[in-house]
Design a protein around this ligand. Structure first.
Ligand code: COA
Length: 326
């Protein structure tokens, strides 16, 4: 069986900043409350005319350049997102058209904030299964489009962005392990009630805001800490390494207190855990690949390092992956 490695990465965030001070003018909150409870200072928000595929396109072009590849070289596109351009066709198909990636199959993965880790796991399997060589794996979101900016318990947390990676076959191990998990019993704690077949959009759903994201933060918090810890441990066991071997942990960027709790449970020093949460908030599926791109560009992640990705999200879903960076 062939190995799989990363060949290129890229990310994109909108220019417009929504700061805690901006939010103070919109809802009953304070910069101090948001910073101390979440670690978030600001997030990026798209303009109304920008869709998820537009950010995905920008990130993908950069990843393709980084990989020195043309869109035609890509065999398949897998996009993790909870904010697709449409329910159908998939955002991956929209992206395929924007890129002119004429030789690529394309589909979306809907796995909450674990979307990129799920997409990566699936794409790795597609390469190792023998059929594909070069795959584009994307996490892209415009979470601002499903935010209720009158709900102070959710709108302070989320932001928009996209990250993309080109992965390919390799003679030496790149992705050392990858694992996924889910618990559908947790669905009610983080979801968007309306707009699907259970509750199609109606005058009523628009009136009561059922087409916005809803969350019970405390429940999600507890489960996130548990799942991020256990999936990280599972992935490092599968890779036959120990926590001491980790050079950098890139956890899903949801809340600084969640990241800190996981770091302490794994007994990792602060410098081995990457965070850019203060600047982007929770960008859902995009958070791990944006952080990965920044970690590489800032030389926090170097050739030969062991990096671990770990994510948790709506579903509940979770997953982790251990990579020797090449
Ligand atoms: N500004 C000011 N006060 C706020 C507030 C805000 N934006 N949001 C909530 N509050 C208030 C609450 O109403 C509550 O007031 P009360 O005690 O008078 O009822 C108080 O602050 C404490 O609220 P609580 O919900 O206990 O806060 P918390 O410490 O649990 O923090 C979250 C709330 C949402 C920040 C936290 O639960 C969290 O981050 N959860 C995980 C969310 C997440 O990461 N989701 C995505 C996972 S993929």
């Amino acid at each position: 069986m062939s190995f799989v490695k990363f060949l290129g990465i890229g990310s994109a965030v909108p220019e417009k900043i929504l700061s805690n001070l901006d939010l103070e003018k919109m809802i009953d909150t304070s910069d101090e409350w948001i910073l101390s409870r979440t670690g978030i200072a600001e997030r990026r928000i798209v303009e109304p005319e920008v869709a998820t595929s537009d950010l995905a396109y920008e990130a993908s072009i950069k990843a393709l350049e980084d990989a020195s590849m043309d869109p035609e070289d890509i065999d398949g596109i897998v996009v993790g997102t909870i904010t697709p351009d449409y329910i159908f066709p998939s955002t991956a198909c929209v992206l395929q058209s924007l890129l002119g990636a004429n030789n690529a199959f394309a589909f979306d993965v809907l796995a909450g904030c674990s979307g990129f880790i799920y997409a990566l796991h699936v794409a790795k399997g597609l390469i190792q299964g023998g059929g594909s060589k070069n795959l584009l794996v994307v996490g892209a979101e415009t979470v601002s489009k499903i935010m209720n900016y009158e709900d102070r318990t959710t709108c302070i947390l989320f932001g928009d962005g996209a990250g993309a990676a080109v992965i390919t076959t390799s003679d030496t191990p790149g992705i050392l392990s990858s694992c996924l998990g889910a618990n559908g019993d947790g669905g009610e704690f983080l979801y968007m009630p309306a707009g699907g077949s259970r509750m199609p959009t109606s005058e009523e759903t628009l009136k009561n805001g059922s087409h916005f994201l809803r969350m019970e933060g405390k429940e999600v918090f507890k489960e996130a800490v548990k799942a991020l810890q256990s999936s990280t441990l599972e992935a490092i066991k599968l890779a036959d390494i120990t926590p001491d071997d980790i050079d950098l942990l890139i956890p899903h960027q949801a809340n600084y207190r969640i990241i800190e709790a996981v770091r302490k449970r794994l007994k990792l020093p602060e410098e081995k855990v990457f965070s850019n949460l203060d600047r982007y908030g929770n960008t859902s599926s995009a958070s791990v690949p944006i952080a990965l791109d920044e970690a590489v560009k800032s030389s926090r992640l170097k050739r030969g390092d062991i990096v671990v990705f770990s994510a948790f999200g709506a579903g509940f879903t979770w997953g982790a992956s251990v990579v020797r960076w090449q």
